[in-house]
Design a protein around this ligand. Structure first.
Ligand SMILES: C[S@@+](CC[C@H](N)C(=O)[O-])C[C@H]1O[C@@H](n2cnc3c(N)ncnc32)[C@H](O)[C@@H]1O
Length: 519
């Protein structure tokens, strides 16, 4: 990062009041907080949940908090690459290095290779941290390894450790990448690299000639912090209020307001009051496309004898923590619809209730229930005019926001999740009434979680058809999105569904299928 205060960490005058012996023993608070958070993340904590509390407890000033945040997120993103460098520097596999020492080495490596902290400051500060937090022996090991790490720039390390991780700039299609090298250089597990490449082709986003360049663009986007997007919940806040307070309109979603990097959503009153919230623009677009399709399908159906006397019934089958449900709730008000939110986790159902509070205050009729969504189709068959299934998934499409997820996920998760997704989709279709519309969404582009789930479930139903999701998404967007349609013939499913990508659309890599039930 371009940390404006970096000089402070290398400026000896800053700590001149301390004797040298003290200086060696005490690590600075920002690095201590970052180290503690990295330890917790290595033990399974979520970065976005762990770090904020530590920053508050340590009462770090804004610049130190920003520095600690960059350390934690930078290390978490790039640790696959740093581990390869550290292994070479240490002359042993990283599995053979004690976990706390390894986390400290990653912290040092990021300062050396990913930030502009001067080498002596990065090494001294990390060695001091290890000495005070772990012990003298590991400190001298850390010193030796980081000195070796500091002998090359990040680019030189990439050239050495992963020589086939890039394409020649002048002819992107002529050379094949070595995917193992790509995984190291771009710090993603190799199975995720392969899955993303397969997904680019399966959705028709890439041609065989462009897929390698596109893959690199996706991986780079994953390693680039995303801008914070807000949703201005319709009817609850005028987007102008957010624009005047320092946001700019999102390029595509009518409700999106984007903050400049580092923008603090908490400074907006509407966010504090739940009339606006942080929500990826792709996630907003999906909800708008679903409601657009609903409006289209239900237009002129006011006298429908099958309609519920209480008005249209909408269902969010797996709603926690409620981001999409809150947008649905706001859009349900002018349509006189009731929104039922189901969530399997009690805690997450509570989050849905609080997320939807402002919409309820504004008149949305919302019911929140805790239960396994797989049973809803049988319990309430043919009951809902609109169903959203934003399915539990690997989250491989949101790695730029959740950098720790790439290390938490394992290939076996895909099989477990696709089985669950399929059962949830069968249930969601069971709950949909004839004439209704259903959205199947994931924040993963993985072929198995998207097209394959859809293909299997559609094969069992002759009363369900795929709507043209790209057309609805475009109709819902402020300006047309580039490359929504496949570039190659990837089949009918790919042609009628939407796969968003961070490198193309600046959104998370969300998938959307819109299904209509005819009878
Ligand atoms: C991708 S998240 C939904 C995100 C939500 N739409 C939003 O925008 O905030 C999927 C949710 O499904 C829930 N879930 C997992 N298994 C479920 C099940 N069997 N029935 C219902 N919900 C489930 C998870 O707890 C999680 O909250």
């Amino acid at each position: 990062m371009s940390h404006g205060g970096q000089a402070r960490y290398s400026d000896p005058a800053r700590r001149s009041a301390q004797r040298p012996s003290e200086r060696r023993r005490q690590a600075d608070p920002a690095r201590r907080v970052a180290f503690a958070s990295l330890r917790a993340i290595s033990d399974g904590a979520y970065a976005n949940l762990d770090l904020p509390g530590r920053l508050r407890d340590a009462r770090l000033g804004a610049r130190d908090a920003a520095f600690a945040t960059e350390l934690v997120y930078g290390v978490t993103r790039m640790r696959g690459f740093y581990d390869a460098v550290i292994a070479r520097g240490a002359g042993r596999d990283v599995e053979k290095i004690d976990a706390p020492v390894l986390d400290a080495l990653r912290l040092g490596a990021h300062q050396l290779l990913g930030m502009r902290v001067p080498a002596h400051a990065a090494v001294d500060a990390t060695v001091g941290l290890v000495r005070s937090e772990i012990g003298a022996g590991p400190a001298s090991f850390t010193n030796a390894v980081l000195r070796r790490v500091s002998e090359r720039s990040a680019e030189r390390w990439r050239d050495l450790l992963a020589p086939h991780a890039d394409l020649p700039a002048d002819d992107a299609g002529s050379e094949r990448l070595d995917l193992e090298d790509v995984a190291v250089a771009h710090s993603h597990p190799a199975w995720i690299v392969r899955a993303l490449r397969t997904a680019l082709l399966a959705h028709g986003t890439s041609t065989p000639d462009t897929v390698d360049a596109d893959l690199l663009a996706v991986l780079r986007a994953d390693n680039h912090p995303a801008d914070v997007a807000l949703v201005a919940r319709p009817g609850l806040v005028d987007p102008e209020e957010l624009l005047e307070a320092g946001g700019r309109p999102g390029p595509y979603a009518p409700t999106a307001v984007v903050l400049d990097r580092g923008g603090d959503p908490g400074r907006f009153r509407a966010v504090r009051e739940g009339r606006a919230a942080v929500q990826d623009e792709g996630s907003q677009l999906l909800v708008h496309a679903l409601v657009r399709a609903y409006d289209d399908l239900t237009a002129g159906r006011v006298d429908d004898p099958a309609a519920s006397p209480d008005g249209p019934r909408w269902l969010d089958l797996a709603a926690g923590p409620g981001g999409k449900a809150a947008l649905l709730a706001a859009l349900s008000i002018p349509r006189g619809a009731q929104l039922f939110c189901n969530e399997v986790s009690e805690h997450r159902a509570e989050l849905v209730e609080s997320t939807l509070g402002a919409a309820m205050d504004a008149g949305a009729e919302v019911f929140v229930g805790v239960g396994d969504g797989r049973g809803v189709g049988a319990e309430e068959p043919d009951s809902f005019d609109l169903v959203l299934l934003d399915a539990p998934c690997t989250g491989l499409g949101a790695l730029r926001r959740r950098p720790d997820a790439r290390w938490r996920r394992v290939p076996a998760d895909v099989a477990d999740l696709t089985a669950l997704q399929e059962e949830l989709l069968v249930s969601a279709l069971g709950a949909l009434r004839p004439g209704g519309v259903l959205a199947y969404a994931t924040c993963s582009p993985h072929d198995a979680e998207t097209l394959q789930v859809l293909r299997r479930v559609l094969a069992t139903r002759d009363d369900v058809r795929l709507l043209d999701a790209p057309a609805y998404l475009d109709a819902a967007a402020v300006t047309p999105l580039p490359d929504l349609r496949p570039r190659i013939d990837a089949g009918d499913l790919a042609a009628r569904t939407v796969q968003l990508w961070p490198h193309r659309h600046g959104t998370d890599a969300m998938f959307l299928a819109l299904l209509a039930r005819d009878r």
